[in-house]
Design a protein around this ligand. Structure first.
Ligand code: NAD
Ligand code: HSO
Ligand code: ZN
Length: 880
């Protein structure tokens, strides 16, 4: 499926060696395209610096040898980079790099369609003629990725035709013109810009939204080719008035507009003109917009700008503008108050004050909101993220980033902690978990309200369900309709496994795909055997039989679910242990077809450990796909993926949402195990616990993902004992390879101080953790008090990780509080229970009266007669 993306109407190719910065008319629309080579790198950085946030710059970097140069160019704000296939495979591994910023540049033009087939990256085609492009585009159909096209001798007709087909033509900048009558070989900007325009009006006019640079709507007008061409020519807002024809805004009122940008909306039926309004405003009523005056920050900016021009002498604003020391003092004062604010209202009020004084400082220096937002946008495209640690005196002041807390009147650590113990809201920014020290926020339940404790026990917020559903529904539909081809294209997109040609690996699995070290084989074998034993013991070997009345025998027997689909996550970590946890019970239960789905690596292969487990449990196939697409393929089946009856296994929000959707679709006829999402653990520790053990258990779940959550309930611990756990947590975390993930998880993790084990268990049952660890004096007795938990780990010698891998219990467990109503995966998850009843004649005589009476009550006469007819028959037979 093509990436949903807003494409420019064209790119104007410039030569970095001769570029002088004169791109005025071209800057109003489209983007600039240039070749960055080792010798033109400096110019490339210069143009990016010059245009960042104003003109999108597209760079062909296929001649650069150093990947770091490419990343630096993206960091400097390049909109997209055009890369070779070899560069792509290494760029793939760069964290935070948005795949939408990469365009693949196949070499040669012969087999472009073959290269395009199945890829989800945008493509740059360098072709001989427009007809070839036309036919390639047609062949690729609507769902193709974005295509950029350049051509040796490109004419206006070529560019227009390409635009019509939805491709982005690349035209040498010097060929572009704003002249009404172009000379030979020239290309009119307005024509290419409007190539794909669609008017939904009978008069052919284009509905035009006019906004300011902040995106605030100024008004709605109309345009046509003539007005657009004129607008580009003179750099002003020019429109088409239905009464007066060509309308150069401001010619009579003086309220004219400086043109900033012209572009189309997503489906090219509405033109967007971004303009800098001069004079009173856009509206004929002399207001800023046709919808009234500005509000919020725009209004504040307008007021400050006008005060700067003419503030009454002695007024407060005039003082602020003229006294920079006073202004700086106000900014610091308000920032400090914002740090101290805790309630929603106070934070809103203090943040407003900070913004007011900050904007005053900006206005004094002629810096506008638009400049500030451009700066924010430029930062948002950075690939290399700043660590964002607090610096210098501020780090010391708050004792973060390992800095010693300041003395000399500055708050000491104990003072901060003291402040911490005051009632606070969940989002309290003064929480101890600053990004330097890895530390959980701490709440004393004897001092806080129960409502606050319940609030802090909320799971980390997940992306909105609507948003996730909005992403997942189309994926499911695509795979259901497009089968293997769609499934593959999603794998190419998400897993970047572009070399993969078949979405399924069928058993018997080739030996070379499961080559492992002997230690790994031994470890898998030990775990396999323990999991097998524990799950085999859960088998109902014999049917259950109960004689409810003399001659009335009820029984229940189990049968395996025939075809099961097991989802083994593979996004943030490869989890062969999950393949064991799902595959072994399926095998023990006797499921006939075991299908395992897991996202492949970018080389298209599955981790050998997973292949080995699949082989051991007798899986019939491995679906090389992840996410919602894998779930859909197993729910509905495709040409090569076997349809299953039940889908089991944990996964991220896309996987969980897809499981929910398919299980609700009666036409899919598929059930699921449970919602199992981000890992979590709750540890209850008392004075007998070992701080290092406690910290290690918390960290073992925190390292799963930034959305994991870990909770410590400290039972009657004193400050030194809690501090010992905190210190251990920080020390051990800093030594972990996944420390960044841990940091993210700890952000929304908490320590709760309670007085006794009863309160600890009350909170634990309320939270219903996926894993509950009891590091307390009498853990077996405390286990009796557990009502809601996925799996319990009893005593100091039972780390949670033994359950994750090898003890024999299952690690696929309900999260997010679902332990209140769901069990974790167990043998019962793979079987159905069928009941049967067998009556003798006496049995029917004994129970028949009750049946007939109830059937009568329900007025279901046929039910009643089914008994009566038999009883009559017995009577006749007995009488004869
Ligand atoms: N509760 C349990 O028993 C248990 C056990 C193991 C793992 N887990 C949890 O399972 C989760 C695994 O998540 P994961 O992400 O590592 O792997 P995953 O395999 O669940 O998800 C990866 C897939 O997500 C899809 N995806 C990613 N971004 C997408 C996007 N923007 N749009 C659509 N699809 C997208 C891709 O298809 C990708 O293949 C973790 O939260 C982990 O803690 C839970
Ligand atoms: N703790 C996870 C379940 O929440 C499972 C797992 C797999 N590998 C390591 N841990
Ligand atoms: Zn784990």
């Amino acid at each position: 499926m093509a990436q949903a993306e807003h494409l420019p109407s064209f790119l104007a190719a410039i030569d970095l060696t001769t570029y002088t910065g004169d791109v005025k008319e071209l800057a109003y629309t489209g983007g600039l395209f240039a070749q960055a080579t080792t010798s033109t790198l400096d110019q490339a950085f210069a143009i990016l610096k010059d245009t960042v946030g104003r003109i999108p710059i597209y760079l062909d970097v296929s001649a650069l040898d150093e990947q770091q140069d490419v990343v630096d160019l993206l960091d400097a704000g390049a909109a997209k980079v055009f890369v070779s296939g070899t560069q792509l495979s290494s760029l793939d591994k760069v964290p935070n790099l948005d795949s939408n910023r990469i365009v693949i540049r196949p070499t040669g033009d012969g087999d472009a369609s073959a290269i395009l087939e199945g890829t989800s990256y945008a493509i740059h085609l360098n072709v001989a003629d427009a007809t070839t492009v036309g036919s390639i585009l047609q062949e690729l159909g609507k769902n193709r990725p974005p295509v950029y096209v350049s051509k040796a001798q490109i004419t206006e007709e070529d560019a227009v035709e390409l635009g019509r087909q939805g491709a982005v033509p690349i035209v040498p900048a010097q060929q572009f013109t704003t002249a009404a009558e172009p000379a030979d070989g020239q290309v009119r900007i307005s024509r290419v810009l409007l190539a794909n325009a669609k008017s939904d009006r009978p008069d052919g006019l284009l509905t035009t939204l006019v906004t300011d640079e902040r995106g605030i709507a100024l008004g709605l007008v109309y345009s046509n080719e003539e007005s657009v061409a004129e607008s580009l020519r003179c750099g002003r807002g020019v429109y088409h008035s239905r009464k007066r024809g060509l309308w150069r805004k401001g010619d009579t009122s003086g309220d004219w507009q400086e043109l900033v940008r012209v572009e189309f909306d997503c489906d090219s039926d509405c033109l967007l003109v971004v303009a800098r309004q001069q004079g009173h405003g856009f509206c004929h009523l002399q207001t800023a917009t046709c919808f009234g005056e500005y509000r919020g920050l725009s209004k504040l900016q307008k007021t400050l700008q006008s005060r700067k021009r003419s503030a009454p002498e002695g007024s407060y604003t005039a003082r602020l503008f003229s006294d920079s020391k006073m202004l700086n003092a106000k900014i610091m004062e308000e920032a400090a108050e914002l740090c101290e604010a805790t309630s929603k209202e106070d934070i809103a009020a203090e943040a407003a004050d900070v913004l007011y004084f900050a904007l005053t400082k900006a206005t004094a220096a002629d810096v506008s909101l638009e400049d500030i937002e451009r700066n924010l946008d430029a930062k948002s495209v950075k690939v290399k993220r700043r660590k964002g640690d607090a610096k210098g005196p501020y780090a010391a002041k708050f004792g973060v980033n390992g800095a010693a807390p300041a003395t000399n009147g500055e708050p000491k650590k104990e003072e901060i902690r003291e402040a911490e113990s005051k009632p606070k809201s969940k989002e309290d920014p003064a929480g101890l978990n600053k990004d330097g020290k890895i530390q959980m926020r701490r709440y004393d339940t004897t001092k806080e309200t129960p409502a606050l404790i319940e609030e802090v026990l909320q799971r980390p917020s997940q992306r909105s369900t609507d948003k996730i559903m909005g992403i997942v529904h189309p994926i499911i539909k695509d795979v259901r309709e497009g089968g293997d081809k769609s499934l593959l294209s999603y794998t190419h997109k998400f897993e970047k496994a572009t070399s993969l040609t078949s979405p399924v690996l069928k058993a018997p699995f080739p030996k070379e795909l499961m080559e492992l070290s002997q230690e790994t084989i031994d470890a898998i074998d030990v775990s396999y055997e323990n999991i097998r034993k524990f799950h085999a013991a859960q088998k109902d070997e014999k049917a259950l039989e109960v004689e409810t009345m003399p001659g009335v025998v009820c029984s229940r027997f189990a049968r395996p679910i025939e075809r099961v689909g097991l989802y083994v996550p593979g996004g943030t970590a490869v989890l062969p242990s999950t393949a064991l946890m799902l595959g072994v019970p399926a095998m023990v239960a006797g499921c006939k077809k075991i299908v395992i789905a897991t996202p492949p690596r970018s080389d298209g292969r599955v981790t050998p450990e997973i292949v080995y487990v699949a082989h051991k449990v007798g899986a019939e196939s491995i679906v090389l796909a992840g996410g919602a697409q894998a779930v859909a393929a197993m729910a509905y089946g495709t040409e090569n993926v076997t349809k299953v009856d039940k889908i089991l296994g944990p996964g991220n929000q896309f996987v969980t949402a897809a499981k929910m959707i398919v299980s609700n679709d009666t036409s899919a006829s598929v059930s699921i195990d449970m919602p199992a999402g981000p890992s979590e653990v709750l540890v209850i520790a008392d004075k007998t616990s070992n701080p290092a053990f406690v910290a290690s258990d918390l960290l073992s779940q925190a390292e799963h993902g930034v959305d994991s959550q870990v909770i410590l309930i400290a039972v009657d611990l004193n400050e030194a004992q809690i501090q010992a756990i905190d210190d251990e947590l920080h020390r051990q975390a800093m030594a972990l390879p996944r420390v960044d993930i841990v940091r993210g998880a700890i952000e929304h993790s908490v320590t709760l101080l309670v007085k006794d084990i009863e309160h600890a268990m009350e909170l634990s049952n309320l939270y219903a953790p996926e894993h509950l660890i009891l590091q307390v004096a009498d853990p077996v007795a405390v286990r009796e008090m557990v009502f809601n938990a996925g799996s319990v780990f009893v005593g100091e010698w039972t780390p949670e990780s033994v359950g994750d891998y090898s003890a024999g219990v299952n690690h696929s467990l309900p999260t997010y509080g679902y332990a209140k109503q769901y069990s974790g995966v167990n043998l019962g998850s793979y079987v159905k229970h069928i009941t049967s009843s067998k009556l003798t004649a006496d049995g029917l005589k004994n129970v028949g009266k009750a049946v007939m009476q109830l059937a009568k009550v329900e007025e279901l006469e046929a039910h009643r007669r089914a008994v009566e007819i038999r009883l009559d028959h017995m009577q006749k037979a007995g009488g004869s």
